[in-house]
Write a new protein. Sequence first.
Length: 257
Amino acid sequence: MTKITWKPGTILAPVPPALISSGTTDKPNVMTAAWTGIIASEPAMTYVSIRPSRYSHEIISRTKEFVINLPTLALAAATDFCGVKSGRSVDKFKEMKLTPLPCSQIQAPQIAESPVSLECKVKDIQHYGTHDMFVAEIVAVNIDDQYLDEDGRLALEKAGLLAYAHGHYYTLGRQLGKFGFSVEKSRLKMMQKMAEIKVEVKESKKGALKKDEKVMQKAARKFSGKSKFERSRPHTPELKPKKKYGNGRGFKKKSRD
Ligand SMILES: Cc1cc2nc3c(=O)[nH]c(=O)nc-3n(C[C@H](O)[C@H](O)[C@H](O)COP(=O)(O)O)c2cc1C
């Protein structure tokens, strides 16, 4: 594998192509911003970096308020449109049939069609070359209740959220696992541990096993269903002897051309 080094750039991906609404419900504006993110959890702090030339920059500098609306597949065309047209020359809410809804804590409008809208109050403005970074506190979060399941859990996976990576829009793909899944005792991990524990099981006196070892033993019986003799041998795929590649006289690298 070879990596080549490019000059400094902004290829951090994926990022949310967020819809930043500002102004008022009577005179709303919205722009797309990919340079946004979370700064802290408590208090909930965020930022959006906006070029001074944007109409939104003018509005947010004056009102010190904005809303971060998460974009979805249904909002994909609007997300792009709001990123190429300026509110100085076009009413983007009207053109894209977006509905400005009042917020709970600020005058800036949220977008009704977005599943999650974060109400933000600007606390600081930092100037970084091309962009000004509006650091803001998230003072309220508005959730479309159709994404709440019976337990009140926010089922954002149903929203078809958009991601932006290197000039292209995507919808989120497969869900791979929940937070912390890598340290959970998955089936495979359990089987790997079983192989180690078996040695101890043989050497331990009955009743001297720790509680978790007993759990492992129980799981071992459940998973294998084989005879006691077979179970006492390692049988996970990882513990099989590794396949030998090549002719044993060194590994020949596959040619690239
Ligand atoms: C995907 C995407 C991401 C963008 N991200 C930013 C951004 O982070 N900051 C910014 O200043 N402009 C960004 N833009 C450009 C503005 O959205 C665009 O200039 C817009 O027309 C500004 O609207 P306004 O003049 O009504 O504020 C982005 C555009 C697109 C399409």
